[in-house]
Design a binder for this molecule. Structure first.
Ligand code: SF4
Length: 262
């Protein structure tokens, strides 16, 4: 599977194509662990269990219980990144997460009203660790956060820990969801026509159609990423997030004329 690209490459490409280049040049990312980063990990792990909040009569207490549970689990799950993390940083991250409890609770209650309890539980079932899926047709791999069965047809969801748009889902989330939908299709031999994005910081659950235009974009992006994997240095994104980039120490290479044409 060495020649396979990853769905996460597509996500990185959309942030800045050069991040994919450095990843494949085997530069070790220089990640600085911050309390906000830990908070995003906590929110992701809690979101896997939000079905318990849906069913609870005391949603705030349940959120505290989930937070306590994931704080204990976190070093085991992310042992490569945060095994020796300062307990004070975990505490700061936990406080940041607690500050979102009201929003999470309200978002979940609005989702119950929107979908009804049973459908909502179908959209966010208790987590069952999903395997990595492979596409032998298109040579890429990825792992949805949940595999779902909606109206008797396989589907999937992804959990995002950043901000949520007022309506719908962010463009980059749509592309990621579509790439993973293509993987689920190949592995389930059925057409995936919808998916779910969960914005865990707000308890928001958005159900969306998988669009043909996004399928086309995924195919185009995978072609570009393959070229980068084979050594083409791409232009940086116009609004590249350099301040927070784990490759900023390495990113001094000037582009070639050829790189500007793809
Ligand atoms: S430092 Fe900026 S231009 Fe370089 S890879 Fe990172 S985000 Fe892209």
């Amino acid at each position: 599977m060495n020649n396979y690209i990853k769905v996460s490459d597509i996500t990185e490409y959309l942030r800045c194509p050069r991040k994919v280049y450095y990843a494949y040049q085997e530069h070790r990312p220089l990640r600085t662990i911050t309390s906000s980063y830990i908070a995003s990990l906590l929110l992701k792990e809690m979101a896997y269990e939000y079905a318990e909040v849906v069913l609870s009569d005391n949603k705030e207490n349940k959120l505290h219980e989930l937070l306590d549970r994931v704080i204990i689990r976190l070093p085991a799950i992310y042992s490569d990144e945060i095994l020796d993390i300062d307990p004070q940083m975990i505490q700061k991250a936990a406080t940041e997460v607690q500050n979102y409890f009201e929003k999470i609770k309200n978002g979940i209650m609005e989702s119950v009203e929107l979908f009804g309890t049973q459908l909502l539980l179908d959209l966010i079932p208790p987590h069952d660790p999903e395997p990595i899926l492979y596409s032998s047709k298109f040579h890429f791999s990825g792992s949805p956060d949940r595999i779902l069965m909606l109206d008797g047809i396989a589907s999937l969801s992804i959990i995002r820990t950043g901000t949520a748009p007022q309506t719908g889902i962010w463009k980059n989330d749509r592309i990621r969801l579509t790439a993973l939908a293509i993987l689920v299709e190949e592995n389930s031999s059925s057409t995936v026509d919808q998916g779910v994005v969960e914005y865990s910081r707000y308890g928001i659950i958005r159900r969306v159609k998988i669009k043909r235009t996004d399928r086309r974009k995924v195919m185009i992006l995978m072609g570009r990423i393959r070229k980068i994997k084979h050594g083409r240095l791409p232009e940086q994104a116009k609004d590249a997030p350099c301040d927070y980039c784990v490759y900023k120490e390495f990113c001094h290479v000037s582009s070639t004329l050829a790189s500007r044409f793809f």
